[in-house]
Structure formats: C-alpha cells, structure tokens
Design a protein around this ligand. Structure first.
Ligand code: GLY
Ligand code: MN
Ligand code: MN
Length: 439
C-alpha cells in the first residue's frame, strides 16, 4: 500500500476523531482531552523495563507506537497538539522526529524531558479529561478517565474509519506473508521454535512488535488454547500444525489462525470441513446481525462437522442444548479487533454505558454487540480434543453423545482453528485475511 493511500484517507480519520472527542467532552462536561502516550514500566526490584505498550487512546490518533512520555492535547475547534518527547539520551534510541502523512494535521512541539510537558498542558486541570494509565501521572496531571468520555470513545472506536481499515489490511498482508513462511517451515520439518523464528523473520516483527504472543503448536499442543511454549525439537512423527499469529501495522493488529495436517488424511478432511464452516460464518458478518447469534450458529455448524466425522452421535441442536458442543468448541467465535487484538467495548450496550449479557452457558464470548458497518471482527471457529473437557462430558453423564473411539483417533492431532479478520459493511463483508491469502 502506498503512503499516498493513507495520506488520502487520514484527513477523514482525524475529522472523525475530532468530532467524537468534541461529543465525548461535551458529555463529560470537559473542555480538553489529554492523552499521554504512556511510560515505561519497570520489573519489581529491578532496573529492567518491560516492552513499552503505547496507550491505545494515543495511537488511535497517529501511528506513533514508540514515543513514551509524549502527550496529545485535543481542544475542540483547534488543531490537535502533540507534545513529542525526544529526550537527549545516549543510552537508548531516541524516537525519530515525526514525519509522514500525519504530521501536517498536528501542531507539534518537541520536548526534551517528560516534565516539560507540564508547561504546555492546560493549567485548569479540572477542565481536562485525562485518558491514560495511572503511571502516566505528571505532577498534578493525573489521568481521571471520566466514564462518560471513555464510554463514548471506546464504543465508537468499534466503527473503523476507511483509514483504519487500510491499516488493518496492511497488518493482514504482513501476517499472511509470515503465515506462508511458517507453513513452509512446518513442511520442512522445523520445530515449534524454528517455525516461530521463520514467522518473525518473514513478518519483520518480534515480541516487541507482534500484537500478541504467537501460538505455534504441533500435534497435541494444538489442543492447548493459549499454547505459548515453543519446543526446540520437533515431535516424531509430526502430524499437525496450528498457528495463531498476527502482525502489527502502525499500531493496528491482525489476528490470524491456520491449521495444517502433515498428510492427506482424515484430519486434513476435517480441517477442510471447518474451513467451509468458517467461510459460512464469515458471510454472516452483516449489518444488523447479533454477533452472539453467529457464535451459536458456529456451535451448530461445528457440531455438524463432528457428527459428519463420527465423533458425535447426536444432532447439532442436541449437542448445543446439552453443552456437549462446548467441550469441543470451548471459546467464543471471536471478538472486535483494531488498535487492540481484543478490542474494547465488546459488550457495550450504548455509547453512554450498559452491558449486553453473554448467552447463558457461553462465558468466553468477547463480543455481544449487533454488527454495523465499519466494525471489524474475527471469526475463529475451532474443534479441539481436550481431555479435561471431555472428562467433564463423561462426568455429567453425557458420554453417550460421543463416539470415544473417534475421539481417540483425532486426539493426536490436537485441534483445529481457522481465524480471519472480517469487516462489516453496508453490503457483503470484506475478509481482510482471505484477501491477503488470495493476493
Ligand atoms: N490470538 C488470540 C485470539 O485469537 O483471540
Ligand atoms: Mn482472535
Ligand atoms: Mn488468534
């Protein structure tokens, strides 16, 4: 993507954020919005800092993800002001002077120490909504995170601007490039650790940049939902590979999962069946659709796959009603995604608060809102063979619903998950991940 594309979309993005900020401030009764970029955090009893994570409220405005100690000052009717901390420091890399398509939209003031920001922030702090983490406090300028302001900003952040969708498109392209490299490494016999390195190399990103820790799982490890170990030696034999890994671009995330079988076997056929179900679910990302309904549909489709492969003896409807489908699909169908891989306000009932409950029996669903144009969500159905959950099925007296010999046949493969990032539009959805795989 050319930076000309981003440059052409960015003014409308800024206008949208300015309009949202003005309304949020008005609702909270404030005159200014102050947003610290955040500071470094140090390990307990140590002088080592954790990897810096920028305040999402800050990176919503500009693609600056490594500028700790900087501040944004938004005052309705004025150009936004950036206090950019560029310290005199020979120990660390000093952030480059701001450049790029976004700088002309800000009044930028370079400060040399963190405290200097105080001279340029409003004196009347009672008139300021200060949105950030407690660590960012500077003198009396302490984040107050007024609920009315935060609710409004977070609720509306679900609706991405055209600029944000381009950013996420690019995050998907990088992620897909790295997924391809990871598959090649898997086919060449690499270990989990080796595949992870191949992924990072192809993405040009490591733990400091990736939007979340890579899940790189061979064989049974695919059944550990958040498997973040990385064996240094490949198992023998290698049967299957599940990789859940994303990429970042200018502060925006992609979140992508693929599963492969080493051979053309029954597990490969089950992956294809889950892939077909996943595509059907992606197509349901339509304006006006209740996302929780897609989650329940996923249970029915996945239980249908399990029945087709002889794992379940009962109908999808019975499997959902009894809870047996949850033993094989024990997480939510997905979540909002954007500046954060699990984007905020997934349960927000309105822009002034309230919470939309999850369906009973589905505690891990992360999004219950009704879809609307501009929302970007993941669709990530999965089937896993997890001893702990299967034991619970037996303990509840539901064991007859399952053909245990079929469970034994699939258990050595771990599990399957397919995950794409999908944009809800006025019309058919845009699948950013499939678009990148097709390129
Ligand atoms: N990678 C975390 C998730 O899929 O939600
Ligand atoms: Mn996800
Ligand atoms: Mn994921």
């Amino acid at each position: 993507m050319s930076s000309a594309t981003l440059a052409s979309l960015y003014p409308q993005h800024i206008d949208t954020l300015l309009a949202r900020s003005a309304e949020a401030l008005q609702r909270g009764g404030f005159d200014h919005l102050l947003i610290p970029s955040g500071t470094l955090h140090y390990q307990a009893f140590d002088d080592r800092d954790y990897p810096y994570a920028v305040n999402p409220q800050f990176k919503a405005w500009l693609p600056l993800t490594r500028a700790p100690g900087s501040w944004l000052l938004i005052s309705p009717g004025q150009r936004p002001k950036l206090l950019f901390l560029q310290p005199h420091d020979y120990w660390h890399v000093v952030p480059d002077a701001p450049s790029g398509y976004w700088v002309e939209h800000f009044d930028i003031l370079t400060i040399r120490t963190a405290d200097e920001a105080l001279m340029h922030l409003p004196q009347d702090l009672a008139s300021c909504a200060i949105v950030g983490e407690p660590h960012s406090a500077l003198g009396d300028c302490t984040p107050n995170n007024p609920a009315a302001v935060v609710h409004y900003l977070e609720y509306h952040r679900a609706f991405k601007t055209a600029y944000e969708i381009e950013m996420m498109r690019q995050a998907n392209r990088i992620g897909v490039r790295a997924h391809r490299a990871a598959e090649r490494a898997f086919r060449a016999g690499a270990s989990e650790f080796g595949i992870h390195l191949a992924y990072c190399q192809a993405a040009g990103q490591d733990a400091n940049d990736l939007p979340y820790g890579n899940i790189v799982a061979l064989n049974e490890h695919g059944a550990v939902l958040h498997y973040t170990d990385r064996d240094r030696v490949p198992p023998k034999p290698v049967r299957s590979f599940l990789i859940d890994a994303g990429a970042s671009f200018g502060g925006y995330a992609s979140d992508i999962t693929r599963t492969y079988s080493a051979a053309e076997d029954e597990f490969a056929a089950m992956i294809r069946a889950v892939d077909a179900a996943q595509l059907e679910l992606c197509d349901r990302v339509r304006a006006g659709t209740d996302y929780a309904h897609i989650h329940l549909q996923a249970h029915l489709l996945l239980a249908g796959v399990l029945r087709e492969f002889g794992v379940l003896n009962v109908s999808p409807e019975d499997a959902l009603a009894s809870g047996v489908s949850s033993a094989f699909f024990p997480h939510g169908i997905g979540h909002g995604i954007g500046l954060q891989v699990h984007d905020v306000a997934g349960f927000a009932e309105s822009d002034s608060g309230g919470r939309i409950a999850k369906p009973d029996g589905h505690p891990y669903l992360r999004l219950t809102r009704t879809l609307a144009p501009g929302m970007v969500v993941t669709i990530e159905p999965g089937i896993y063979f997890i001893d702990m959950l299967l034991d619970e099925v037996k303990a509840k007296g539901l064991g007859d619903a399952v053909d245990w010999s079929r469970v034994d046949a699939f258990k050595p493969f771990g599990g399957i998950r397919i995950e794409d990032d999908v944009v809800c539009t006025e019309d058919v959805p845009i699948n950013l991940t499939r678009e990148a795989f097709a390129a």
